[in-house]
Design a protein around this ligand. Structure first.
Ligand code: KG4
Ligand code: ZN
Length: 339
């Protein structure tokens, strides 16, 4: 069977990333230009700066990805690009570049939902795909969602009511003056702390109200951490270990709730926070306890990248579901993609 190669472009937030992925989910190249060092100066992503940098780097990243893959534009079967959700200005740069290339190279174009891309990141370099329906947990800077994925349908079982998990990590790190982005810093620091030292709440004040609902909330945990920080004289590694543990415990409880309601054969965990050591351990424990096939991206594919965008486009590519050149970008809602 002749191999197909998809060029994936990701620019929804602050990473400009382009990859070449084969139709059997093998990653030939990923070129990511990270803007972390710039946005770190402000303690968070500045949208205007992010889009300007995407503009400067997206085409060089395409060239570099093709070169590293040892391919030319003639080897590319389709171009995939994230068109929602994300920062409007950032999305526009990737989408405009993809449309221009598709037009110039005469290649089909596939618009990709960023969440689907995170889910597909777990299939990169894997031989098999999970059986439907499967349970998907997406934990990132923008999402904390449990989703049931069937062949033709995606049902959101539960989402966060306030911050996304990664956002909570980033905000706590900012509050404690630990640096940016907070997730990896807290993860590392927590490994040297005692997670039982600080008592933090589970989920809002009234625990019972949400006990039987698949819903996430991190604001109560965040406020409790803030109170300890305000009191001063904290054992930072232990406070961060307590914080991380509470977040992961809460996620685990809701995953178990979803698993108690329906039988699944696979558990797919992805998004930037799936790089977290405690999240990965929790996912492994759950998979082994419930006998689920576990799909989790390799660490290098947890953060935003072009390879996951190409992977997410694969079903549409094989069905010939291509996007017309007039599709739009959107910050959150589903825009018109095809037609
Ligand atoms: O998926 P991603 O690259 O961007 C979004 O789509 O949001 O996720 C970025 C988020 C950031 O909030 C970052 O702090 C978090 O992922 N993150 C982590 C870890 N590595 C990255 N959070 C916890 N532990 C980590 N090791
Ligand atoms: Zn993301």
């Amino acid at each position: 069977m002749s191999e197909n190669y998809i060029l994936g472009i990701e620019s929804s937030c602050d990473d400009t990333s382009v990859a070449v992925v084969s139709s059997d989910f093998h990653v030939l190249s990923v070129k990511t230009v990270s803007q972390t060092s710039v946005h770190r100066l402000f303690g968070g992503v500045i949208p205007e700066i992010a889009s300007r940098n995407h503009l400067a780097w997206v085409i060089p990243a395409v060239d570099a990805a093709l070169k590293e893959a040892g391919k030319t534009k003639d080897d590319i079967s389709a171009i995939a690009v994230t068109n929602y959700p994300g920062l409007i200005g950032s999305l526009l740069i990737g989408v405009s570049a993809a449309k221009g290339l598709a037009l110039g190279w005469k290649k089909p174009l596939i618009a990709v939902n960023h969440l689907n891309a995170h889910i597909a990141s777990a299939f990169l370099e894997r031989e098999k795909r999970p059986e439907f329906p499967y349970l998907s947990l997406v934990v990132s800077g923008g999402h904390t969602s449990l989703i049931e994925i069937s062949e033709d349908e995606r049902t959101v079982l539960g989402e966060t009511m306030d911050d996304a998990a990664g956002e909570a990590f980033d905000k706590i790190a900012k509050m404690a003056d630990l640096g940016y982005p907070g997730g990896p810093i807290i993860d590392k620091m927590a490994s040297t702390g005692d997670a039982s030292k600080y008592k933090l709440p589970y989920l809002l004040k009234n625990n019972n109200k949400y006990a039987d609902e698949i819903v996430f909330s991190f604001s109560g945990i965040k406020s409790a951490v803030k109170r300890f920080l305000d009191e001063g004289n904290v054992d930072m590694p232990s406070l961060m270990a307590s914080f991380q543990n509470r977040i992961v415990e809460l996620i685990e409880r809701k995953v178990k709730l979803a698993l108690s309601r329906k039988k699944y054969t696979a558990f797919v965990v992805s998004g930037g926070v799936s790089a977290n050591s405690a999240v990965r351990k929790m996912a492994e424990n759950i998979a082994s306890k419930y006998g689920l096939a576990l799909y989790m991206p390799e660490l290098k594919y947890c953060q935003d990248n072009g390879a996951m965008v190409a992977a997410a486009a694969m079903p549409d590519f094989f069905k010939g579901n291509f996007s017309s050149l007039d599709f739009d970008v959107a910050p959150t809602v589903r825009p018109k993609i095809h037609g």
